[in-house]
Ligand binder design. Structure first.
Ligand code: FES
Ligand code: FES
Length: 183
């Protein structure tokens, strides 16, 4: 597909339909790939695009490990076909960092030891990132409800909740400081 960023060269490589050419904006870069018609987006991201930060657990929408953003909205990549992502923006945990520096949410997770084995972490970070965009000042109860869509077998969730509360609080302080400086 030509999405204004270029034509996927894999169209020519797979003309007979056994594979579909897919073009996505992955963490801000145009990426081309090809997939089987029933290939999951989670497998496409990991195996075709090499973005292995996204993890795959249950593969049926329960654990949340595979959560990415599609056009800015958190979504379980194991519940979406790769062909459905053609022409869309995909953001994964690799895109949360600012260059070599961890993003603010990642830093809060590190400060609060909000991960142990880390298997669930990429998906939880992506859900939290989306949630804080929509609900910038959440209560602990709201965060716990949001996290109920994720399974973490290590942390007991409390450090994750604390990390999200702290990230929200720091963002709020930054917003307040900006407003004062522009007043
Ligand atoms: S792997 Fe997608 S929700 Fe579990
Ligand atoms: S840190 Fe191990 S599953 Fe969450």
């Amino acid at each position: 597909m030509n999405n204004g960023k270029g034509i996927n060269p894999l169209h020519a490589a797979h003309p007979m339909g056994e594979k579909h050419a897919v073009t996505v904006q992955l963490n801000g870069s145009t990426r081309y790939g090809a997939c089987e018609p029933r290939e999951l987006l989670s497998d496409f991201i990991r195996h075709e695009l090499g973005a292995t930060g996204t993890h795959v657990g249950c593969e049926h929408g329960v654990c949340g490990a595979c959560t990415v953003h599609v056009d800015g909205v958190a979504c379980r990549s194991c519940l979406m076909l790769a062909v459905q992502a053609d022409g869309r923006r995909i953001d994964t945990v690799e895109g949360l960092a600012a260059g070599n520096a961890l993003g603010d949410l990642q830093q809060a997770f590190r400060r609060h030891h909000a991960l142990q084995c880390g298997f669930c972490t990429a998906g939880i970070l992506m859900s939290c990132a989306d949630y804080l965009q929509r609900v910038p000042d959440p209560t602990e109860a709201q965060i716990r409800e949001m996290l109920s869509g994720h399974i973490c077998r290590c942390t007991g969730y409390t450090p994750i909740v604390q990390a999200v509360l702290e990230a929200a609080s720091l963002r709020r302080a930054q917003r307040d400081a900006l407003e004062v400086s522009h007043a």
